[in-house]
Design a protein around this ligand. Sequence first.
Ligand SMILES: [Zn+2]
Ligand SMILES: [Zn+2]
Length: 247
Amino acid sequence: MAGAPSGASAASGYLLETPGVTLLIDCGPGVVAALAKRDKLRKLDAVIISHRHADHCADLVALAYARLFPKPLPPLPLFGPTDMLPVIEGLNALFAIPSLPSLRQPLSAALPFTPLAPEQRYDILGVALQTHRTQHPVETLAYKFPCVGLAYTADGRLTPELIAFVTGCPTLLAEATYLASTEADLTTHGHMTSVDAARLAACSGAAQLILTHFATSEQMKQSVREAQRCFGAARAAEPLACITLPG
Ligand SMILES: [Zn+2]
Ligand SMILES: [Zn+2]
């Protein structure tokens, strides 16, 4: 879900499990409780954040506490755009517990941060990663994982550059914040509609489109219906849905 968790779902958070590595992509409100419920918290190897909007990173505090208390777990590498840095420093200052040595700098202690630059290639614990800056009000990175053929748009407008970036990925995880039928003006807001996401999938040659970042369950259903008119292999990223990546 976009914005806040609901009874139906946490906010943005996706688990990418390869044979050797488990990566959490985004950590929005409700994600840590959902992971804990499925006994996945200790299985994470790294966390990658797309941008500093709360619906994508607000649960980093909960994750840091869960990793540090009562018994500290090894530091979990955290990656994201450069402007996550002041957010991390701010959270450290706001949520420190000076009387507990492990929680004096909770974010930095639990989740040591490495900034990622746009339009770069990285190796994250053996998993190849490529980045692209999207058109969104804050520094936002779309991510591509060529080894599993997955691209995640994060938040941002449909642009020719985004199409070029995701081209070649069979599986596209794309935001569809708005319904095409609501005719929202997205020129400065930096989001896609259901039909934008479908166009992105069609233009990039994707085999499957997974829509995400909805406000309500009802919107999710309508978004899938709208997208399927342009791109048949569209579905929603539902909680607990497990998707096999052919990549
Ligand atoms: Zn955003
Ligand atoms: Zn968002």
